[in-house]
Structure formats: C-alpha cells, structure tokens
Design a protein around this ligand. Structure first.
Ligand SMILES: *Cc1c(COP(=O)(O)O)cnc(C)c1O
Length: 395
C-alpha cells in the first residue's frame, strides 16, 4: 500500500521559526517590562501562521494568554493548547455560545448590555460565573460601552456579583501605528483612565487594565498597563514603517555601528518549481498579453496562485528566490500558479526550492516588500494565506 501524508501533497508549505519567536518575545518584553501580562493575539488564524501550530509553539516559548476574535477561533485555540493557557474573545460570540465559554473558563469582551445579561443568565443556570472584560468606548467608535450604557452595565454587575467576574477593563486605539493619530490616542488614554476611576468608584476593581496593541506598546508607554495585546510584532513585523522608524530614532544621538532589526520574521513560505521551459523572443507569456518575451527566455512555473493567497496584483511585479537569486513574476498570476523568469539563473530544474516569503542564501523576501508591491497592509497579506497550507515548526 502506498501511503502519503496530506502535507506531502501540498504545493507549498509554511515554516514557523521557534528561534525567531523567542527573540521577538524577548525584545518585546524588554520594551514593556516583565510586569505586564503578555497576551498573544492569534485572531485571523494567528495572522496566517495557523492557530493550531502557532499556539503550542507560543506556549513552548512561555506565553500563557491568547486573544482571539471569535468563538470559533476560541474553539480552535482551546483544542490546540498544550498548557492551561487562558483564552480571551475580543469580538464575536453568540448568546448560545456563552454557556460554552463560561464552562471552559474563556473570557470575553462585553460591549453591549444584551450580551452582559445573556452571559449572567447562562452563568446562573450553570451555577458558575462569566469572566468578562468591559470594553470601553474611548474614541475608536467601533464597539465599546460609554455613558448611560456603561452606568447600567456596572449596576447590573454589582447586582449580579456572584455570576460575573470583571477580569478586565479595556479599550482599543484608533491607529496607534500612525503619528497622524497622536492626539486622538492621547485623548483615548485620558478617557480610559478617567473611566477606570469611575468604575472603581462603583466598587468594581478589574484585575487587568489593557489597552495596548503592538504599536502602542512600542510608542506610548502610558498605554502599557496590566496586560498588553500583541499581534503583528511578535510575528516579527513592524505595524507600520512609522513604528520602525520611531524605534530606530531613539538611537539618534548614539547610533550603533550597525542597525539590527530586533524583530525576526517567524514565517517563511516555500514552494518548488513545477516545470521549466524555454520561450523564444516575441511570445506572450501566460494568459493575455501583459508580458511579451523580449529575448529567448527560460521560464519556470510555481504551483501557487491567487487561490493560495499569492495576490493577482503581484502579476508582473512579485519577486521570489530560486538558487539564492531573485526571480521576477512574468505575466499574470493564475488561480493555481505563477510563472517566473529564470533566464539569468543557471541550472534551474524541477523541484528546486522557491522562497515566496523568507530567506535563501544571502537574500530575503519580506512580507513588507510583498505588501509594498501590492499596496496591501502586511496584516492583510499574512491573513490571506489560506489555512490549508501545511505549517511546520522549525528550530
Ligand atoms: C488585533 C488586535 C490587537 C493586536 O494588534 P497588533 O497591531 O497586531 O498588535 C490588539 N487588540 C485588539 C482589540 C485587536 O483587535
């Protein structure tokens, strides 16, 4: 009998680097100090890294608190964990799912009174308590409690103390990664602190005040409280170019001999060449007429397309690495493959490794360059990588 694993059949794979993640966590902990709890944000399938593979790796690196967007992601996180890690839902959970969350000790945001009432009722039925985080409206104007809603929520909590525990009080910033939002963020921090005092006046003292995402943790020390919610940075990416520059500006008066990027890309994405062929001068390559060979060319096909998250907007623009050299995408990206020009790389053959994101010999392709080429945020590029590409952990 011939047996072959599903992973062997995949046309590309993603490697997660344990050493990169360890370095990122160490760097970030140095920035925020060791006191605040580090919540690893793993929404969006762990920013494309894969919840099932990333969460156990993060646990191995010492993290014990994970933030997801939805109950479905919490379910995945719960079944992936190898330690008694805490899981927090920052967004969607249906009323019918609340009992499940209570049963498994999963905490969740409260940003409207309806969910609060449903959670308390579910907990009362189970003779247990719901673990909640009060999300405060401080200026993002997306979700969050303020004014009369907050007041009535607090009263409801006081009246139902035995079935609800206020684990946290939190808010989210309206773009901490851009200087243009500086004043807006300052106002949010002020409003948040005022609301926390107001809540304390009502006799409610949440364990964890948390507001900071990656950018805020790196730029606004006042936003680093009892817990930080770190996503993009621990995967090894700066939230924006501005945050990267902000970090390096601190060395302005004392520049090091060499600037080392303290963040290391956890993910690499690799495939293999499917076929190699020659095309004479004057031929259009792939669909349509967006690319014509100007000389005799050697081209290679890579079995990754827009179906796999390799955006069609990388047509005639993308770059990958083959045999330690850069190769450019020629023609349009197809659903399941793209074509590269390998005329300048001697000896390319079927089966050669193709690096889509990551390093090969001395060169590397960053998600940032990928993102720059297509005008996408690196957040978007990452989360578009489909969940069914196999993820493997490497040292
Ligand atoms: C996504 C998210 C974060 C993490 O943001 P990063 O910029 O990736 O660090 C933190 N808090 C909330 C509420 C989020 O939705």
């Amino acid at each position: 009998m011939i047996s072959i694993s599903h992973d062997r059949f995949a046309t590309s794979r993603i490697e997660l680097s344990e050493s990169a993640l360890r370095k990122n966590i160490r760097f970030l902990q140095k920035q925020i100090g060791t006191e605040p709890l580090f919540s690893s944000v793993i929404k969006g399938n762990a920013y494309g890294h894969g919840i099932s593979e990333f969460l156990p790796l993060a646990e191995k690196c010492g993290l014990r608190h994970f933030s997801v967007f939805s109950a479905a992601e919490a379910y995945k996180a719960l079944s992936s964990r190898t330690q008694d890690s805490h899981i927090m839902i920052m967004g969607a959970i249906e009323d019918e799912e609340l009992a499940w969350a209570v049963e498994h000790g999963i905490s969740f945001y409260i940003f409207d009174p309806g969910r609060l009432h449903a959670a308390v009722q579910a907990a009362r039925k189970m003779d247990s308590h719901a673990q909640i985080h009060l999300e405060l409206e401080t200026g993002l104007n997306r979700t969050g409690l303020a004014g009369a809603e907050l007041e009535s929520a607090l009263k409801y909590i006081v009246d139902n103390r035995s079935h609800v525990r206020v684990k946290g009080v939190c808010t989210h910033f309206a773009g901490a990664e851009s200087v243009a939002n500086y004043l807006r963020i300052q106002n949010q921090i002020e409003r948040f602190n005022a609301a926390v005092s107001y809540i304390a006046d009502k006799g409610i003292y949440p364990e964890l005040r948390h507001t900071a995402c990656s950018a805020a943790s790196l730029i606004y020390p006042a936003s680093v409280m009892d817990m930080v919610r770190i996503g993009i940075a621990h995967y090894g990416f700066w939230p924006t170019e501005e945050t990267r520059i902000h970090h390096f500006l601190r060395y302005q008066n004392n520049p090091p001999r060499r600037f080392r990027n303290p963040l290391h890309r956890v993910m690499s994405w690799k495939s293999r060449i499917m076929s190699v062929k020659h095309v004479p001068a004057g031929e259009f390559i792939s669909y349509g007429n967006s690319y014509m060979s100007t000389r005799d060319m050697c081209i290679a096909s890579v079995p990754v397309g827009y179906y796999h998250g390799f955006s069609r907007s990388l047509s005639n623009l993308g770059r990958v690495l083959v045999r330690g050299r850069r190769a450019r995408v020629v023609g349009v990206v197809n659903m399941n493959m793209f074509i590269i020009d390998v005329s300048h790389i001697p000896g390319v053959e079927r089966g050669d490794e193709v690096v889509i994101i990551g390093r090969q010999k001395s060169l590397h392709v960053s998600v940032g360059s990928f993102a720059d080429m297509t005008n996408n945020l690196n957040y978007e590029v990452l989360t578009r990588i489909p969940p069914d590409i196999p993820r493997v952990v490497v040292p």
